[in-house]
Write a protein that binds this ligand. Structure first.
Ligand SMILES: [Fe+2]
Ligand SMILES: [Fe+2]
Length: 477
């Protein structure tokens, strides 16, 4: 008898059909300003799928929305073909959709435009409407389910004996509301009750976050949360649902919520499959249905792409803004034109070109800025001794700052409280917090959640102060 039943979770695949751009079109510069790979998205997806197919224990795959990038039919058709690679290999495949998966201008308005990038610009191409998504992906979830909520496209199915997957399809347009409407909430409640009565363990999935990776996320973009998240948190706690799989933030994050009565659940958010730190979740449910073990799996290579010897992560890192900046900075003094070319699409290159000396001066100053300089500036707040600061030597600020930004999406940032970088960065934010307590800086207080400080906001970006590990989790179902 099998000891475990296994499925994989992927999200935010943001697939773009190869039919939607030509090699010399503006699509590459569109990709540069992003934080996910678009041009090689299909190859990345296939590389993930190959891993799943090679795993004999993998029984099912769940993909939780933003399947494609811009609601166009070309991409949906190609993406659906890709799903058949998994089903042909004997894997069951379930998907939900989200705001990037359709184009709408009425009730479901979401501002996305289906376009093809040509040598001369962009041209509109056919798109899919929200209401067409349920029939389009019918074979990947609704068909296998015993209950479909027609209005939203949510569905409930037996994942394994004694284990039920309820996949919530976000309603609303992702601007003013993304979540279930009243009727959908009732349907969800009923499905969980039914499962509990039958003694089934319930796993939930939805695209938008229920617990955000950081509190500042909810504070700044509450509308990007799952609409009705507070109600869902209560429902999960009251009905004993222990986990929800989410996406959307593109952040690898595991957070736990515990209510006053001690009931709890986890929001397991998975980073975008097509990001530099792209991973999927491997989920094992023990055969006695008591334990759920979650780990994370990335890809080492991208099948069919010449990465010039780079790993998948290094290659994807070099496609988008932070990696481009990181890789271009060494060119600043050697070859200014090459530097400008490298940062085109992310920095205001026209301004940089208009003032080359000033630009070089400012960027050089930034590159030369030492950690010890910041440490001395905020010594009182760092908890560091003279010797600690001396030991920092010539270590620069910028590489660590770039690492913080690069790790935002991958989770498990490395600057734990025992590291010099943590001490210097939080010393600096504590100094600003002190200043702010006297000066009440309006612009700053706007971004800080009530009752918190800038240091509280910065800390989870420096290291994982959530559950301690964004990649692995074991809990009792
Ligand atoms: Fe996304
Ligand atoms: Fe999204």
């Amino acid at each position: 008898m099998k000891k475990t039943d296994r499925f994989y979770v992927l999200t935010d695949t943001h697939y773009v059909s190869k039919k939607n751009f030509t090699e010399n079109s503006g699509f590459r510069s569109r990709e540069r300003g992003d934080q996910i790979a678009l041009t090689v998205g299909p190859e990345i997806l296939r590389s993930f799928f190959d891993k799943i197919i090679a795993d004999p224990l993998a029984d099912a795959v769940l993909i939780t929305g933003d399947l494609i990038n811009n609601g166009d039919i070309n991409s949906h058709e190609d993406f659906r073909e890709e799903l058949k690679v998994l089903t042909d290999a004997g894997k069951r495949v379930f998907v939900t959709t989200a705001t990037h998966d359709y184009c709408g201008m009425g009730e479901d308005e979401n501002f996305f435009k289906s376009i093809k990038y040509t040598e001369n610009g962009t041209v509109p191409i056919p798109h899919i409407r929200k209401s067409e998504l349920l029939p389009f992906y019918y074979d990947f979830g609704p068909k296998q389910s015993d209950s479909v909520h027609e209005e939203s496209g949510s569905y409930s199915l037996k994942l394994f004996d004694g284990v039920r997957l309820i996949a919530i399809n976000d309603n609303g347009n992702g601007r003013s509301h993304c979540g279930l409407f009243e009727d959908g909430v009732k349907w969800l409640e009923n499905e969980i009750d039914k499962a509990n009565l039958n003694g089934e363990k319930v796993l939930l999935a939805v695209h938008h976050p229920v617990i955000p990776p950081w509190d500042v996320y909810r504070h700044l973009v509450d509308f990007e949360m799952y609409g009705g998240y507070k109600e869902l948190m209560r429902m999960m706690c009251d009905k004993g649902v222990k986990v929800i799989f989410t996406g959307h933030t593109h952040v690898q994050s595991i957070r736990k919520y515990t209510d006053d009565a001690g009931n709890w659940f986890y929001d397991v958010a998975t980073t975008a499959a097509v990001s530099a730190k792209g991973k999927m979740r491997k989920v094992d449910i023990s055969s006695d249905r008591k334990t759920c073990s979650i780990s994370s799996v990335g890809i080492e290579t991208i099948k069919g792409v010449d990465t010039g010897g780079k790993s998948a992560g290094e290659y994807i890192y070099g496609l988008n803004f932070i990696g481009l900046l990181d890789n271009s900075l060494p060119l600043l003094n050697k070859d200014f034109n090459a530097f400008i070319e490298g940062v085109d699409g992310l920095l205001p290159v026209d301004k940089l070109k208009a003032h080359p000396h000033l630009s070089k001066f400012a960027l050089n100053r930034l590159q030369k800025l030492k950690l010890s300089t910041i440490a001395k500036l905020s010594k009182k707040y760092t908890g560091m001794s003279h010797k600690d600061i001396k030991n920092l030597g010539d270590k620069k600020v910028l590489p660590d700052l770039i690492e913080v930004v690069a790790d935002v999406f991958g989770g498990n940032a490395p600057f734990t409280p025992d590291t010099p970088t943590y001490k210097v960065f939080t010393g600096f934010t504590r100094k600003i917090d002190k200043l702010n307590s006297r000066l009440h800086i309006k612009a700053l207080n706007k971004i800080i959640p009530d009752g918190q400080t800038l240091t509280d906001v910065a800390e989870p970006m420096l290291y994982n102060n959530r559950t301690g590990d964004d990649d692995n989790l074991i809990f009792e179902l």
